[in-house]
Design a protein around this ligand. Sequence first.
Ligand code: 5GP
Length: 136
Amino acid sequence: MTIFSKIIKGEIPSHKVYEDDKVFAFLDIGPLSTGHTLVIPKEAVSTLDQLSDESAAAIGRVLPRLCRAVMKATGARDFNVLQNNGASAHQVVMHVHFHIIPKFENEGLGIGWKSKSFDHGAGADLAKKIAAAIVG
Ligand code: 5GP
Protein backbone atom coordinates (compact mmCIF):
# COMPACT_ATOMS: atom_id res chain seq x y z
CA MET A 1 0.00 0.00 0.00
CA THR A 2 1.35 3.47 -0.88
CA ILE A 3 1.22 6.62 1.19
CA PHE A 4 -1.59 7.90 -1.07
CA SER A 5 -3.88 4.99 -0.11
CA LYS A 6 -3.26 5.92 3.53
CA ILE A 7 -4.09 9.56 2.74
CA ILE A 8 -7.38 8.51 1.07
CA LYS A 9 -8.28 6.48 4.18
CA GLY A 10 -7.38 9.39 6.47
CA GLU A 11 -4.64 7.37 8.17
CA ILE A 12 -2.19 10.09 7.15
CA PRO A 13 -3.39 13.70 7.27
CA SER A 14 -3.62 15.84 4.14
CA HIS A 15 -4.99 19.19 3.07
CA LYS A 16 -7.97 17.84 1.14
CA VAL A 17 -9.55 20.01 -1.54
CA TYR A 18 -11.97 17.53 -3.15
CA GLU A 19 -13.43 14.05 -2.70
CA ASP A 20 -16.08 11.93 -4.40
CA ASP A 21 -16.61 8.17 -4.54
CA LYS A 22 -13.77 7.63 -7.06
CA VAL A 23 -11.48 10.67 -6.78
CA PHE A 24 -9.48 12.44 -4.05
CA ALA A 25 -7.49 15.69 -4.34
CA PHE A 26 -5.15 17.36 -1.87
CA LEU A 27 -2.24 19.79 -1.65
CA ASP A 28 1.22 18.45 -2.52
CA ILE A 29 3.51 18.46 0.54
CA GLY A 30 6.52 19.44 -1.62
CA PRO A 31 4.96 22.09 -3.87
CA LEU A 32 6.68 23.42 -6.98
CA SER A 33 4.44 26.47 -6.61
CA THR A 34 1.72 27.77 -4.32
CA GLY A 35 -1.41 25.71 -4.91
CA HIS A 36 0.35 22.60 -6.30
CA THR A 37 -2.40 20.01 -6.04
CA LEU A 38 -2.50 16.24 -6.53
CA VAL A 39 -5.56 14.55 -8.02
CA ILE A 40 -5.70 10.78 -7.51
CA PRO A 41 -8.10 7.92 -8.18
CA LYS A 42 -9.20 5.93 -5.15
CA GLU A 43 -8.38 2.86 -7.23
CA ALA A 44 -4.86 1.83 -6.17
CA VAL A 45 -2.90 1.22 -9.37
CA SER A 46 0.63 2.39 -10.08
CA THR A 47 0.48 3.88 -13.57
CA LEU A 48 -2.08 5.46 -15.87
CA ASP A 49 -2.12 2.57 -18.35
CA GLN A 50 -3.42 0.30 -15.54
CA LEU A 51 -6.34 2.56 -14.62
CA SER A 52 -9.92 1.39 -15.20
CA ASP A 53 -12.15 3.29 -17.61
CA GLU A 54 -14.44 4.13 -14.68
CA SER A 55 -11.70 5.79 -12.62
CA ALA A 56 -10.27 7.49 -15.72
CA ALA A 57 -13.68 8.92 -16.57
CA ALA A 58 -14.21 10.10 -12.98
CA ILE A 59 -10.87 11.93 -12.98
CA GLY A 60 -11.44 13.37 -16.44
CA ARG A 61 -14.79 14.72 -15.34
CA VAL A 62 -13.42 16.70 -12.39
CA LEU A 63 -9.86 17.57 -13.48
CA PRO A 64 -10.76 20.75 -15.41
CA ARG A 65 -13.03 21.82 -12.54
CA LEU A 66 -10.18 21.36 -10.06
CA CYS A 67 -7.79 23.27 -12.34
CA ARG A 68 -10.25 26.17 -12.43
CA ALA A 69 -10.54 26.13 -8.63
CA VAL A 70 -6.76 26.09 -8.11
CA MET A 71 -6.34 28.99 -10.54
CA LYS A 72 -9.12 30.98 -8.92
CA ALA A 73 -7.77 30.42 -5.39
CA THR A 74 -4.14 31.22 -6.25
CA GLY A 75 -4.64 33.93 -8.86
CA ALA A 76 -2.49 32.02 -11.35
CA ARG A 77 -3.45 32.31 -15.02
CA ASP A 78 -1.19 29.56 -16.37
CA PHE A 79 -0.57 26.05 -15.11
CA ASN A 80 0.80 22.62 -16.01
CA VAL A 81 -0.86 19.25 -15.53
CA LEU A 82 1.85 16.64 -15.01
CA GLN A 83 1.39 12.89 -14.79
CA ASN A 84 4.49 10.72 -14.28
CA ASN A 85 4.60 6.97 -14.90
CA GLY A 86 7.54 4.86 -13.75
CA ALA A 87 10.68 5.68 -11.81
CA SER A 88 12.68 6.73 -14.89
CA ALA A 89 9.85 9.13 -15.73
CA HIS A 90 10.19 10.80 -12.31
CA GLN A 91 7.38 8.91 -10.55
CA VAL A 92 8.15 8.53 -6.85
CA VAL A 93 4.78 7.52 -5.38
CA MET A 94 3.49 4.42 -7.18
CA HIS A 95 -0.20 5.35 -7.11
CA VAL A 96 -1.54 7.17 -10.19
CA HIS A 97 -1.66 10.93 -9.68
CA PHE A 98 -2.11 14.09 -11.69
CA HIS A 99 -0.20 17.19 -10.58
CA ILE A 100 -1.91 20.57 -11.07
CA ILE A 101 0.98 23.04 -10.89
CA PRO A 102 0.22 26.75 -11.09
CA LYS A 103 2.83 28.71 -13.06
CA PHE A 104 3.99 32.03 -11.66
CA GLU A 105 6.91 34.14 -12.85
CA ASN A 106 9.46 32.46 -10.58
CA GLU A 107 7.58 29.32 -9.49
CA GLY A 108 6.23 26.25 -11.17
CA LEU A 109 7.30 23.37 -13.34
CA GLY A 110 10.58 23.65 -15.26
CA ILE A 111 10.70 21.49 -18.37
CA GLY A 112 13.74 20.23 -20.26
CA TRP A 113 12.09 19.72 -23.68
CA LYS A 114 14.72 18.39 -26.05
CA SER A 115 12.77 17.66 -29.23
CA LYS A 116 14.16 15.36 -31.92
CA SER A 117 13.82 15.71 -35.66
CA PHE A 118 10.77 13.96 -37.17
CA ASP A 119 10.95 11.27 -39.87
CA HIS A 120 7.60 11.22 -41.73
CA GLY A 121 8.11 7.72 -43.15
CA ALA A 122 8.85 6.20 -39.77
CA GLY A 123 6.12 8.37 -38.25
CA ALA A 124 3.50 6.99 -40.65
CA ASP A 125 4.48 3.41 -39.76
CA LEU A 126 4.50 4.16 -36.05
CA ALA A 127 1.09 5.88 -36.11
CA LYS A 128 -0.39 2.77 -37.80
CA LYS A 129 1.29 0.53 -35.23
CA ILE A 130 -0.06 2.54 -32.31
CA ALA A 131 -3.55 2.69 -33.83
CA ALA A 132 -3.54 -1.10 -34.27
CA ALA A 133 -2.47 -1.56 -30.64
CA ILE A 134 -5.43 0.38 -29.17
CA VAL A 135 -7.66 -2.05 -27.28
CA GLY A 136 -11.17 -1.43 -25.99
P1 5GP B 1 5.75 11.96 -8.45
O1 5GP B 1 7.19 12.34 -8.59
O2 5GP B 1 5.56 10.54 -7.98
O3 5GP B 1 4.96 12.29 -9.68
O4 5GP B 1 5.19 12.93 -7.33
C1 5GP B 1 4.85 12.54 -6.05
C2 5GP B 1 4.42 13.79 -5.30
O5 5GP B 1 3.83 13.39 -4.09
C3 5GP B 1 5.57 14.75 -4.98
O6 5GP B 1 5.32 16.01 -5.57
C4 5GP B 1 5.57 14.80 -3.45
O7 5GP B 1 5.83 16.09 -2.95
C5 5GP B 1 4.17 14.34 -3.10
N1 5GP B 1 4.07 13.65 -1.82
C6 5GP B 1 4.84 12.59 -1.42
N2 5GP B 1 4.46 12.20 -0.19
C7 5GP B 1 3.43 13.00 0.18
C8 5GP B 1 2.63 13.08 1.36
O8 5GP B 1 2.78 12.33 2.32
N3 5GP B 1 1.67 14.04 1.38
C9 5GP B 1 1.47 14.90 0.33
N4 5GP B 1 0.48 15.81 0.46
N5 5GP B 1 2.20 14.85 -0.79
C10 5GP B 1 3.19 13.92 -0.86
